[in-house]
Design a binder for this molecule. Sequence first.
Ligand code: GRF
Length: 221
Amino acid sequence: MSGGRPLQLAILISGRGSNMLAIARACLSGRIAAHVTVVISDRAEAAGLVRARELGLQTATVTQPRGEPGFEAALAATLDTHQPDAIALAGFMRILSGPFVARYLGRMLNIHPSLLPAYRGLHTHRRVLAAHDAEHGASVHFVTAELDGGPIVLQSKVAVEPGDTEATLAARVQATEHIIYPHALGWLAQQRLAWREGAAWFDGRRLDAPIVEDFRAAACN
Ligand code: GRF
C-alpha cells in the first residue's frame, strides 16, 4: 500500500465471482496497484472459487452454516493468515456483525446493485422495474455495521430501457460493476480514497456525495 508495495487485498465471495474476476484481472494486468492475497468463499461450491484458482489465486473456504457460532471467528482467522490491507466483499451473501465490521472498519468495501441509499437489500433489479424508475446502477461503499448503509464512494448509472427484464437490467448493471469496483479499489491502493472520521475521503476532501460514472449513453453489455 505504501512505499510501492501493492495493496494486499482479500476478496470475499459466495457465488459466481464475476466481480472478483474483474478485480483480479485489474490487479494481474497492473491496472490497479493491488495484489489479491486470497479469495475466500462461504460456500465450497461457489463457481468463483474455480475461476479464482484458474487465475492462480489462493483460495479458502469458511463454511460454517448461517447462525452457527464460530463463522466470523473462523473467517477472521483465515484473514489473519493472509494479512490483507483491505477486504472487498464481492457478492458475499452473509451479514457481518458489528464487532467483525469494526475490526476492518475503513478497510472493507462492498458493491451493491442499486443507487444507494435506494434499494438496500435483495432483489434490487426487480424492485427498480416495479417502481418504473428511469435509472438504476451500482454503488461501491465502505462497509459499516449498517447493512448497505456505509459511506458511498462511487456509483455507476445506467438507464432502465423499455422492455428491460430483471435479467437484462441485471446484466447491464453488472457490466458497470466490473468497471467501477476495480476503479474504487485502485483509488484505495493509491490512497486517493481513504476512511477518516467515519466518512469517505477522496483526494483529501470529504466525499459528501458519491462520485458517479454515468453509463446511460453507453452500451455496456
Ligand atoms: C453483484 O451483482 C453485486 O452487486 C452483488 O452481488 C452480485 C455478485 O455477483 N453484491 P458476482 O458473484 O460478482 O458475479
